[in-house]
Design a protein around this ligand. Structure first.
Ligand code: ADP
Ligand code: ADP
Length: 225
């Protein structure tokens, strides 16, 4: 089954083409790294996948739902971790999650159960009462990932989630994301860092607005030797 699919996406800023006929697909439950240098088009692609932008041409399907034809159903299956932190730093971890749960229409016992499960998943339960401001970068990211899971999406988009983190925190976030894929979440992980990619990961290489290659990291590395 396909978790996430993009077909023939084009996007331009004026005369600058940021995505040129971009197509790829990610199997359901796979960890896929979207790898490309700065300027390759990763953020533009994320903005299309989250429907912040709408592509003039092409098609995006999220967990079987066409983003153009059925945006509510498609977006309900999407969890998003933005590149810049979007936590309210003056609220606690728990309050940040509660607020988001309410936005998703979750309340009462259901909200509490989802929040606890998400905090457990990211090992953040004991920090639930801390203000986001007091957390280090890695713990903030983990809070954001927990928050992205509250509405139980099947696809998770993470836009350069390790930027600004030290090596230990980067390794930890990468580990949590792989654990989510093992639990059948489809993961799209944008990065410009090749050392975050494992041989068994799926890889989409974006370069100058085009998909250069797609396959497992092992296959693509093999192609180049
Ligand atoms: P990445 O996230 O891989 O760094 P982006 O999607 O941000 O790439 O950018 C792709 C290309 O589009 C780059 O050449 C960038 O300079 C250009 N670009 C991005 N946003 C804008 C914008 N708002 N106006 C004009 N050009 C843009
Ligand atoms: P990213 O790594 O996400 O691409 P950038 O530093 O390239 O971050 O871009 C930051 C913001 O500036 C983004 O919102 C992007 O759309 C915008 N941007 C990037 N390149 C350009 C450009 N050439 N002209 C105008 N805006 C741009």
């Amino acid at each position: 089954m396909i978790g996430l699919e993009a077909r023939g996406l084009n996007y331009s800023y004026g005369t600058k083409q940021a995505l040129n006929d971009v197509s790829f697909s990610v199997s359901s439950g796979a960890f896929c790294a979207l790898l490309g240098p700065n300027g390759a088009g990763k953020s533009t692609l994320f903005n299309l996948l989250t429907r912040l932008f709408v592509a003039a041409e092409g098609r995006i399907v999220i967990a079987g739902h066409d983003l153009r034809a059925a945006p509510r159903a498609a977006l309900a299956e999407l969890g998003i971790v933005f590149q810049q932190t979007t936590l309210d730093l003056d609220l606690t971890v728990q309050q940040n999650l509660s607020y988001f749960a309410a936005l998703h229409g979750l309340s009462g016992r259901t909200a509490r159960r989802r929040i606890d499960a998400a905090l457990d998943q990211l090992n953040m339960r004991e920090r639930a009462g801390e203000k986001a401001r007091a957390l280090n970068g890695g713990h903030r990211r983990r809070t954001e990932i927990a928050r992205a899971l509250l509405h139980d999406p099947s696809v998770l988009l993470l836009d350069e989630p390790t930027v600004g983190l030290d090596a230990a925190a980067r390794a930890s976030i990468t580990e949590y994301a792989h654990a989510l894929a093992d639990q059948n979440k489809t993961i799209l992980w944008a990065t410009h860092l090749t050392d975050e990619v494992r041989p068994e990961d799926d890889l989409v290489i974006l370069h100058r607005a085009k998909v250069l290659a797609q396959g497992t990291a092992r296959e693509i590395a093999g192609d180049q030797t």
